[in-house]
Design a binder for this molecule. Structure first.
Ligand code: THU
Length: 142
């Protein structure tokens, strides 16, 4: 089992400030909806990301995509706490696809800042499909 995260030990204000700074790096000429994301890894590393759009709209990378890339490319590990904001600095919910990304790299213990307060991933993506589903079948058929 991974580390048990506790909401009150996380520097949420620092994390939100990092996400607001990351919004400034967004490339969103098509939607004009800039998103900034920030997370602490379980080892304390601060990761940030911003959305990067494309003329072929479906190729757009959400802010969470660039954040997860930053996690992996800076040594990997697990996400412990996460927030994302719009250009007004307001907390927004990760889109459905990005909830799946966050599940993969943070799992059930990842704490997510939401407009309704800090929630564990188990509430942000209930009954998630994840690596355990693959392991289950692989073990049963090997
Ligand atoms: N977007 C994100 O970056 N993350 C989300 O979780 C929600 C949506 C971006 C994608 C697109 O560039 C813009 O917001 C409008 O959908």
């Amino acid at each position: 089992m991974g580390t048990v995260n506790t909401s009150d030990t996380v520097d949420w204000d620092g994390l939100r400030a990092a996400a607001r700074e990351a919004v400034g790096k967004a490339y969103a000429p098509y939607s004009d909806f800039k998103v900034g994301a920030a997370a602490y890894a379980t080892d304390g590393r601060l990761l940030t990301g911003a959305n990067i759009e494309n003329a072929a709209y479906g190729v757009t990378l959400c802010a969470e995509c660039s954040l997860v890339s930053a996690l992996v490319m800076s040594g990997g590990g697990r996400l412990a706490s996460f927030t994302c904001v719009n250009v007004l600095g307001e907390t927004i919910m990760p889109c459905g696809r990005c909830r799946q990304l966050l599940w993969e790299h943070g799992g059930p213990g990842l704490l997510v800042d939401t407009p309704q307060g800090v929630l564990p991933m188990t509430e942000v993506l209930p009954q998630a499909f994840g690596p355990g589903n693959l392991d289950h079948v692989r073990e049963a058929t090997s």
